[in-house]
Design a protein around this ligand. Structure first.
Ligand code: NAD
Length: 391
């Protein structure tokens, strides 16, 4: 069996799906690895690094699509709307494609993959169960985003983060408020603490309080009824406009007192809730910084412009997109580890097994035998889920 890796073609994408360090683990499970020349260069991995670990270097992209039984990518066509079409044309029936496909919104690409007979797996659909933690790309990428949000904030802030007692006087520490303490938020708390900031955080899931405190952050208590805020999977539920209005009122003071606000609040499958209004931004001091990690899902701040830097009366609002690609070395390393763990999970004595009773296989399988088969995806596509494989 041949596992193929191609150079990512999405504009600005610097990650690569496999890094040399994971090849021994993959090859021990049976497959050979074929990699397009230069596929890892933008992330810091050279052809000779891959070759040294046993991979074969393909001179061209077409050779990889032609020879590989399994193609692993960061962005398959669903998450690469323009350039991805050429890849789709190069793929063939029964080829297995694994990547982050954006399957809940890329309806046409799902159907196109099915029509072509491709067996498509999407890593974002990984069930969030303990057994699947080492395959969880959303957690890996959120870890990177949480770290980078603090670095971006520090770079844009006209202050330093740590307290300093110097001969030229005392420098007071930066006050950082983190809204949403999931994977990205917790990493942001840890990073801001390491830089010496004074960190406050809030999340609607009360269970998070202990985690915030264990990282040295202070949990902001708000008199809000969050009893129903968490679903069975540990995710936040949508809470209604009345709740968000009261939350905004209660956050007004802490936002105004902060030098940095990092927002990460999200509800799976929904547009991000607006938690920072223009009025709240008006209450912040000149030079303070908001980093809105929810920008890709519309943003938590009313003034966020996804992909842009907004200067609102001296308050800088960043809405970065595709943050993980800005740290391509480690993002690729973590992604590759998730991919290899997933692939070895699918392999049985060097062959792919499609155990349709297995929650991990079923949860991530999007298309098979000419059909879209994932019920969550079918629901998102507005298609009856008869014959689907997920729940
Ligand atoms: P996410 O990106 O969907 O959301 C980020 C955070 O925003 C969440 O903590 C959520 O509670 C919070 N949020 C939503 N609305 C908010 C509001 N109005 N105000 C403040 N905060 C709000 O979530 P995520 O980081 O991907 O994961 C959330 C949780 O899922 C984790 O903390 C964990 O419990 C669970 N999880 C489990 C696994 C696993 O077991 N494999 C892996 C990853 C995550």
């Amino acid at each position: 069996m041949i596992v193929g890796v191609v150079k990512e073609s999405f504009p600005g994408e610097r990650r690569v799906a496999l890094v040399p360090g994971v090849l021994p683990q993959l090859m021990r499970a049976g497959p050979e690895v074929l990699i397009e020349s230069g596929a890892g260069v933008a992330a810091g991995f050279l052809d000779e690094d891959y070759a040294a670990k046993g991979a074969t270097i393909a001179a061209g992209r077409a050779e990889v699509f032609d020879k590989a039984d399994v193609i692993v990518m960061v962005r398959p066509p669903g998450a690469n709307p323009d350039a991805g079409q050429a890849d789709l044309d190069a793929m063939r029936a029964n080829q297995v494609v694994i990547g982050m496909c954006d399957p809940l919104t890329a309806h046409d690409a799902n159907q196109a993959a099915a029509d072509k007979g491709i067996t498509l797996f999407s890593m974002e659909m990984m069930p969030r169960i303990t057994r699947a933690q080492s395959m969880d790309v959303l957690s890996s990428m959120a870890t990177i985003a949480g770290y980078k949000a603090v670095v971006l904030a520090a770079d844009n802030l006209p202050q330093m983060f740590p307290m300093m007692m110097t001969a030229a006087g005392t420098i007071s520490p930066a006050k950082v408020f983190i809204v949403g303490a999931g994977v990205a938020g917790l990493q942001a708390i840890a990073t801001a603490k390491k830089l010496g900031g004074v960190v406050h955080a809030y999340d609607v899931r009360p269970a998070v309080k202990e985690q915030v405190e264990s990282l040295g952050g202070k949990f902001v208590e708000m008199e809000l009824d969050t009893g129903e805020s968490e679903d069975a999977g540990g995710y936040a539920k949508a809470l209604g406009e009345d709740f968000y209005r009261r939350q905004r009122e209660m956050m007004l003071e802490v936002v105004a007192a902060s030098d940095v606000v990092i927002t990460t609040a999200a509800v799976p499958g929904k547009k991000a809730p607006i938690l920072i209004t223009e009025e709240m931004v008006n209450g912040m001091h000149t030079g303070s910084v908001i980093v809105d990690l929810a920008a890709e899902r519309g943003g938590n701040c009313e003034l966020t412009k996804p992909g842009e830097v907004v200067n609102h009366n001296g308050v800088i609002i960043l809405g970065p997109l595709n943050i993980p690609t800005s740290i391509p070395f480690h993002a690729s390393q973590m992604y590759a580890k998730n991919i290899v763990t997933f692939l070895t999970h699918l392999l049985d004595e060097g062959e792919l097994k499609m155990d349709l009773e297995d929650e991990i296989t079923v949860g991530t399988l999007i298309t098979k035998d000419g059909k879209v088969v994932n019920t969550t995806v079918l629901e998102a596509m507005g298609t009856p889920s008869e014959g689907g494989t997920s729940s």
